[in-house]
Design a protein around this ligand. Structure first.
Ligand code: ADP
Length: 542
């Protein structure tokens, strides 16, 4: 028997309709790329998004076409975002930190017809324009006064262009499984692969992301997504915030400690989200200037493992709750979140912090398990570690144009490429990416755990651990350290600091010091490059 409820397709433009009608006065505040703070509302975003939709239709964009953005988190980007998706076109958020060759590749692969671009990235686009035969128009996200000279043909000034169209536009209605967004993985090996989100997956994922034990968004909240919209939907915030009626504060191009602090403070931000490097910058700025965070309640940290010192500083020194999260482009991206369970509130502070080092448990709509190399399920005992696999309505089932072939096993599980443990209470902890684990004497050593402890040393800015070939043990860990500014810790200092915090046989066989580490476009340490760089390294124990 069929249920007798209404057929109401889950389309993302219904979110901005809802926000405009029910939270129309709620502010969207942007540190503009031009400099000044700009203030608008959900009602205005909604109106301008419909003008964008009308304008795109006028430029010949149709249902199913791909429209790209290469832009910071701003109000204009949000208008374009909803305007594109609202006509059934696909919003392809291009990561500007990719190499120009990769940008060329993904724009051609995606068949982008129009691109909205911030002035910051105009020169990148000018440099590759001759290799983009399908790109018809470029819309520069600025006003007339700030419109730069450009060598691009068919470049339009966003504010002028959008002003030509009124908002008398009816969103398209279509099947909820229609593609809405496209985001390429950063492709640490091989070409980037396209993850194609649907309207349905985005709506379901934003409801999941707003949930109390996830980001816990309410109309009373003001949220600052430092995490970019080109990085897996800004972790669902650009959907979840308008759906919840939360004020949204957009950082534009400025993500240094001072700029973020200013927005947190003046806009009374209650919740914010970003990768650990951003928080490192903020914490340094707060310490140097003896500042506090009186309005901030919650900071969501993910994208790479959150070091213990970071949790301690936020929670103990600033009274801000840290919510550690894990996910990937392929999981929309929220996969797990480390909110506590009943009973844990009585734990002492140190035990709670230890628990928060884990990447957390799944919200409803994500299933997860770990398996051994042969695909056998491993126990949830917090000890066994294996391949982390996930399943759910907002998890990839194939990459765009079938790149990479079948990515699900016969039971529909997606192998994340991460290696993890899951404890009895369902909390997952990443030990490594499968290609980064160090195999020593048939056992695995977690590089992440050692790195995490090493960055807790006051004279260490950044740390990476890689496996170096060893005649007896196959591989042994090498710890590579970037010293904190003006500091020069010794190998002995560092090893002493690790003592007692990790198993003895995990102790790195050597420690070496470098000025900087290579990073991917999403800010992660590029282990592959490091392994190449240290390919001939001779360990003192070899
Ligand atoms: P890409 O895979 O293209 O580098 P993603 O942003 O999709 O970019 O990266 C996802 C990966 O980032 C995960 O598979 C995992 O290895 C890592 N990651 C994300 N969050 C965490 C976290 N909290 N702790 C450790 N690793 C994380």
């Amino acid at each position: 028997m069929q249920g007798l409820m209404q057929d109401w397709p889950l389309l993302v433009h219904r979110i901005i309709d809802h926000a405009a009608l029910n939270h129309g006065e709620r502010e969207v505040v942007t540190r503009s790329v031009e400099g000044p703070i700009r203030r608008t509302t959900y009602a205005n975003i909604h109106s301008r998004a419909r003008s964008v939709a009308k304008g795109l239709t006028d430029l010949g964009i149709e249902f199913g076409d791909v429209v790209a953005t290469m832009a910071w988190n701003t109000d204009r980007h949000l208008e374009a975002w909803y305007g594109i998706m609202g006509i059934g076109a696909v919003c392809h958020t291009v990561n500007p930190r990719l190499f120009p060759e990769q940008i060329t590749y993904i724009m051609n692969h995606a068949e982008d017809k129009v691109m909205f671009v911030d002035t910051t990235f105009l020169s990148t686009l000018e440099g590759i324009k001759d290799k983009l035969p399908l790109l018809k128009y470029v819309i520069v996200l600025t006003d007339k006064a700030n419109m730069p000279e450009t060598t691009l043909d068919n470049a339009l000034c966003y504010d002028e262009w959008v002003a030509k169209y009124d908002d008398d536009f009816a969103w398209a209605s279509f099947d909820e499984n229609t593609a809405a967004g496209l985001c390429y993985t950063s492709g640490t090996t091989g070409n980037p692969k396209g993850v194609l989100y649907s309207h349905r997956s985005n709506v379901l994922h934003s409801m999941c992301g707003a949930g109390s034990d996830v980001m816990g968004l309410r109309a009373m909240d003001a949220i600052l997504p430092v995490v970019p919209m080109f990085h897996a939907n800004a972790w669902a915030i650009t959907f979840a915030a308008p759906a919840s009626g939360s004020k949204i504060v957009m950082p534009g191009s400025q993500m240094d400690g001072q700029s973020i602090y200013e927005l947190l403070n003046t806009e009374k931000v209650s919740t914010t989200a970003a990768v650990p490097t951003v928080w490192l910058g903020l914490l340094n700025y707060l310490e140097e200037n003896d500042l506090k965070l009186p309005h901030l309640n919650k900071v969501v940290i993910g994208g790479s493992a959150c070091p213990q010192v970071m949790i301690e500083k936020f929670e103990k020194n600033y009274g801000v709750e840290v919510v550690h999260a894990w996910g990937m482009t392929e999981t929309s991206p929220i996969g797990t979140i480390c909110s506590l369970k009943p009973g844990m509130e009585d734990w002492d502070a140190d035990r709670k912090i230890k628990q928060k080092l884990k990447q957390g448990r799944v919200p409803f709509s994500v299933e997860m398990k770990i398996t051994d190399d042969d695909g056998n399920d491993l126990p949830r005992d917090g000890v066994a570690f294996g391949h982390l696999k996930v399943r759910g309505p907002a998890i990839v089932k194939a990459y765009l144009k079938g790149e990479g072939g079948d990515v699900l096993d016969e039971d529909g599980w997606f192998d994340t490429g991460d290696v993890a443990t899951i404890d009895e209470l369902g909390y997952m902890q990443i030990t490594d990416r499968s290609k980064d684990v160090i195999k020593s004497g048939g056992e695995w050593i977690s590089s992440i755990e050692i790195e995490n402890i090493a960055v807790g040393h006051p004279e260490v800015a950044e740390a990476a651990v890689i496996g170096i070939a060893h005649p007896k043990w196959d591989e042994r860990p090498l710890l590579i350290i970037v010293p904190a500014e003006g500091k020069s810790p010794s190998k002995e200092d560092i090893l002493k600091f690790l003592e007692g915090k990790i198993a003895k046989w995990w102790t790195p066989d050597d420690v070496t010091f470098v000025e900087e580490l290579p990073h991917t476009a999403t800010g992660k340490i590029q282990k592959l490059t490091l392994r190449e760089q240290f390919g001939d390294y001779k360990l003192p124990t070899a």
